[in-house]
Design a protein around this ligand. Structure first.
Ligand code: IMP
Ligand code: MG
Length: 173
């Protein structure tokens, strides 16, 4: 393997099958209703681009960037919005798309922020869910894979900004 410090956890085929399943679930739930998809930078950029290509309802895409204080491995609970969306979401059906939910602080923060703007509906879709690490209750509506408590990289996820480009998901040894 290219990176001796990384251990393969999910290969491309498995990732693709889970993204496809999520797309079907979302298509089924929204039918022909337009979805405003809000991707969370940077981590979600690859999952977002794969997922939206499965969606059949009309889709508009916007992006937010969040900053959470603390180390890269653990969130402090203090989250701030570094880049906001440009689209108005009032009265719209909004779907937040994120790479991974860990403590839950980032998504809870974003959820409340967007909810205060009066969307018609607001749901969340995460590719990876570190369920056992939750510091506050947060249940995403759509989950790709429930993962164990290991630090993961690849498929958009980074360690110190590296490895986001890897097509597979790896655990850092
Ligand atoms: P939360 O606020 O603790 O739920 O953290 C979510 C954010 O932490 C994600 O958007 C990621 O940026 C980062 N994160 C959490 N776990 C991992 C991991 O295993 N690998 C890479 N980033 C992670
Ligand atoms: Mg992220």
């Amino acid at each position: 393997m290219k990176y001796q410090d990384l251990e393969l956890v999910y290969n491309r085929e498995f990732i693709a099958s889970q993204v496809g399943r999520l797309g079907k679930e979302i298509n089924h739930d929204y039918r022909e209703r337009e979805i405003i998809v809000v991707g969370v930078l940077k981590g979600a950029f690859i999952f977002l681009s794969d997922l939206v290509r499965h969606l059949t309802p009309p889709v508009k895409i916007d992006l937010v960037q969040l900053a959470s204080y603390g180390s890269s491995a653990s969130s402090s609970g203090i989250v701030e919005m570094r880049k906001d969306i440009n689209l108005s979401i009032q009265g719209k059906d909004v779907l937040i798309v994120e790479d991974i939910v860990d403590s839950g602080y980032s998504l809870e923060f974003l959820y409340q922020r967007l909810l205060s703007r009066g969307p018609r509906s607001l749901k969340t879709c995460v590719f990876l869910d570190k369920k056992e690490r939750r510091a506050i209750p947060f249940d995403p509506n759509y989950v790709g894979i429930v993962v164990a408590d290991r630090f993961l990289v690849g498929y958009g996820l980074d360690h110190d900004e590296k490895y986001r480009n890897l097509p597979e998901i790896y655990a850092v040894r």
